[in-house]
Design a protein around this ligand. Structure first.
Ligand code: NAD
Length: 280
């Protein structure tokens, strides 16, 4: 069994990006990410801090827009418009969740697809499903990079994803399909889940339930990717996979923390650099 070291791989990716950023700066392009947060969700604050740290480390300019809980849709859209029109801003990220009275889909639609570094605008979602060049949402993109780096064959493999969210499960389905995997997607209504997951050569858990995937759900020698980030009462972070027992059976497995999480941030940086490289 080999542990997939997301932290180390993310570091290597950031090192490569540093070189690219130096080259861009020689051409007077200073990559910039704008992050919008509405309200004061605690988990979001942690994620946003990680993103700002990554920008600082790489020399990517970073600006945060903190809107209060009572912000109107018009105010949010006019901020997005302003950032869309700002030639110095390459990437716009709207941190979810946002308060319920706001329509997040409308907000994602409003972000210029060329600045949509999270890959949530329907133009990028559509392009991904057509296997065209686009911004791929960062978590699935990071998972694909991990499989690539560890030479885990995807073509022809049976990949089973547990979770069908718009930010992880669905775009990951497209990514894997684009790489010629046979993909099954499971969710809360799936019958006989264990029967399905046991067929997986590559099993991805994106559920949000601590230690949900147990040893009996995994085929001997499978690759197991744990997307889950579950904060326990004692403050400990636990994945969706019962690491101790599943790692006995898997050939490759990602830890939590130190697996998918750091890769997500690295791929965000990669998307910002991609956006900056295609400035008009
Ligand atoms: P979500 O809540 O939007 O979706 C969860 C999915 O799990 C749903 O599709 C649901 O059908 C499925 N599910 C729930 N119970 C199930 C059951 N009993 N059997 C089968 N399927 C079931 O979640 P999300 O936004 O995709 O996030 C999932 C997890 O991944 C969370 O822990 C989240 O914090 C984490 N996450 C991590 C990163 C990262 O960078 N590592 C990024 C995004 C999300």
């Amino acid at each position: 069994m080999e542990i997939i070291d997301g932290k180390e791989l993310a570091k290597a990716i950031r090192e490569n990006l540093k070189e690219e950023i130096i080259e861009l700066k020689k051409k007077n392009i200073f990559p910039k990410l704008a992050v919008i947060m509405v309200g004061d969700d605690k988990a979001s604050a942690v994620y946003v801090r990680n993103k700002s740290k990554a920008c600082n480390e790489l020399g990517v300019e970073y600006e945060e827009f903190l809107l209060n809980e009572t912000t109107t849709m018009d105010e949010l859209l006019s901020l997005i418009d302003k950032l869309n029109n700002d030639k110095n801003v390459d990437g716009i990220l709207l941190q979810s969740p946002i308060p319920r009275h706001l329509d997040i889909n409308e907000a994602f639609r409003r972000i210029d697809p060329k600045k949509d570094v999270d890959g949530f605008n329907p133009v990028n979602v559509g392009k991904l499903s057509l296997n065209q060049d686009c911004f791929v949402s960062c978590t699935p993109y990071g998972i694909i990079k991990m499989l690539e780096r560890y030479n885990i064959p995807v073509e022809g493999a049976h990949a089973v994803i547990i979770g069908r969210s718009n930010i992880v499960g669905k775009p990951l389905l497209q990514c894997l399909l684009n790489q010629n995997a046979t993909v099954t997607i499971c969710h809360s209504k799936t019958r006989n889940l264990e029967e399905v997951t046991k067929q997986a050569d590559i099993l991805i858990a994106a559920i949000g339930k601590p230690e949900f995937v147990t040893e009996n759900m995994v085929k001997e020698g499978a690759t197991v990717i744990d997307v889950g980030i579950n904060r326990m009462e004692d403050g400990k972070i636990v994945g969706d996979v019962k690491f101790n027992e599943v790692s006995e059976k898997a050939s490759y497995i990602t830890p939590v923390p130190g697996g998918v999480g750091p890769m997500t941030v690295a791929m965000l940086m990669s998307n910002v650099v991609k956006a900056a490289s295609s400035r008009e």
